[in-house]
Design a protein around this ligand. Sequence first.
Ligand SMILES: [Ca+2]
Length: 267
Amino acid sequence: METALVGCSRSQSPLFSLCSGCYRGPLLHKNVVLSKDFRDSNRCGLVETQLNNQLNSITQPVRRTLVFTEETDNSYVELLPQKNLSMQAFTLCMRLATELASDEREIILFAYRTVDFDELNVWREANSTYILYLQGSIDGVSFHLPELNTFQTNLCVTWESKSGLTAFHVDGKRSVRKMYKQGNIVQPGGRVILGQDPDSLLGSFDINQCFVGEIRDVNMWDYVLSDSMIGALHGGKLFPKGNIFDWDTVKLQVNGIDKEIIKTLWD
Ligand SMILES: [Ca+2]
């Protein structure tokens, strides 16, 4: 597939990863012409606005969707990160759809496990709260959020060690902020999987905790994205590439005895 280099900027703002790189993707619209202001600008706000306007005319590129069609206690998808998960802050986003009602059971949404700990886990609990756990699964921070349902929900969670501030975003709207694990550092050396809760490294799964439904657009950054960036991301207007996971390029490995129940679709 032909690739388009849509735009670059010389700016290095850490808040806008767009501003420190270029959009590369399928050449879907050959008539995109960047203004001289865009090419020469060092101001992220201007770059963001102009890129917004110009990307609005581009069709979204085709993306992978993982479909977990049935419950299993042995099959999962491993994500291979671009760099290790030694982090003092992060933003994790994903699009989820499930018909497992909250009064049925808990569901693991994202699991990063080291040998010793559930280092960074995200759950939808049976009482309809959402919980982030860092370094253990005892004292998580919980939020009351709208239900996941059969349509895709864009769920993001942000955390920063320095302040301890933690928040969820659902379809671009932020929850209240809460304090959690101030001073903690997410440790490297673990494995990231979707679909199962590992009680040991890549094992000890429980069929009553597995994910059933669809997952796509799993992106992760080792810094906190602003509310406006997460809102723009939800709207599909920007492409701030995740520097831990970039869903467009992340390597996925489907594993397990019943791995055929996990389908990879392109839509
Ligand atoms: Ca478990």
